[in-house]
Design a protein around this ligand. Sequence first.
Ligand code: LLP
Length: 421
Amino acid sequence: MDHFLYQNGALHAEDVPVAEIAAEIGTPFYLYSTATLLRHYRLFEEALSGTDHLVCYAVKAASNIAILKTLGDAGAGMDVVSQGEYLRARAAGVPGERIVFSGVGKTADEMRVALAGGIRQFNLESEPEMEALNAVALEMGKVAPVTVRVNPDVDARTHAKISTGKAENKFGIPIARASAVYARAAALKGLDVVGIDVHIGSQLTDLAPFEQAYAKVAALARKLRAEGHDIRRLDLGGGLGIPYDRTNEAPPLPVEYGAMVKRVVGDLGCEIQIEPGRLIAGNAGIMVSRVIYLKQGEGRDFLIVDAAMNDLVRPAMYDALHEIVPVTEPRPGIERAPLDVVGPVCETGDTFARAVPLPPLAAGDLVAFRSAGAYGAVMASEYNSRPLIPEVLVKGDRFAVIRARPSFDEMLKRDTMPAWL
Ligand code: LLP
């Protein structure tokens, strides 16, 4: 459920008409709902109630500091994968003890920043990384809390580009090597081993792969305890999918996910951590765009809008489908015609959807791309020299620009001339 609904014939974000925001700030832009962000965060909180747990929002999904502060003020922890994300979480007021640092390629500089600023744990992904963190911690006179991310070799049955838990993926250490790696970690004075980490992929629409992975983690926790390690925290990653297309069967709900987690790992008495990104932010954001032209093609018609693949890359990159709806509510029963919805970028890949049945639309009309809150703005680029589009946050009947649209001047001024030109 989200808070982008038609009221009196017009699409609203909570209590604000989307068209009103478009008139004030221009198009295209990303628009987020505070109520949806908080609702989705709380669904995970409730799903894990009765356990010692922390929900760490995966910052990579939508990293605007206002979004992080909205969630952080509600009690969320943060999962970060770079110095930039760490600094964003801190700028949002999230204390270090609620921030976990994931990612396969943390540099010594990034480790230093997080150790100095405070960190709940590093999720280590390789032995060289383990040695590097130990060296950094010893040099700083600190002990770094760590988990090791294990690769359970399960098929997440999601898009190949976002599957991370198969043996051939670059993530984690093979679970069969865990005993040796944990023994080495325990011998390093700069590290404090607190638990185990796993993350098998994103946009999972079935609980079975999670359950397979978590059962392997539970067995490993028992084995490592028997080998003398104080395994007290399990980080189970993110990955629960969202309904992008309302005509398809909906993925499992957080409450179903939580029940499975409790059933599979509950008896270990570990603190449970999860890292959901998409489920919290995905349906909490839309991208609003304006129709530039309606163009007749050979056997198909094109709706050319002012947003493009550089603003929302998911359709071009993962063949993702974002539902497209007019901002003015179509009359019930109105005839719909199939349109290819495309952006102005000079690539055929700049196609948001093919042959979508849409009601009559004309130049100047507004459309919204739903489910664009996660991996939307954060993956945008300036390709074709199109400045990054702004982000807006709604709360009740108020809205605020949380990232301004850069001027063309600002964009051009970033380039500098060498002395010889
Ligand atoms: N934890 C780790 C270690 C991750 O790598 C990820 C996502 C998450 C948590 C959050 O997963 P989520 O709950 O959002 O599924 N750009 C792609 C998605 C990439 C996901 C990368 N890792 C997309 O647009 O579909």
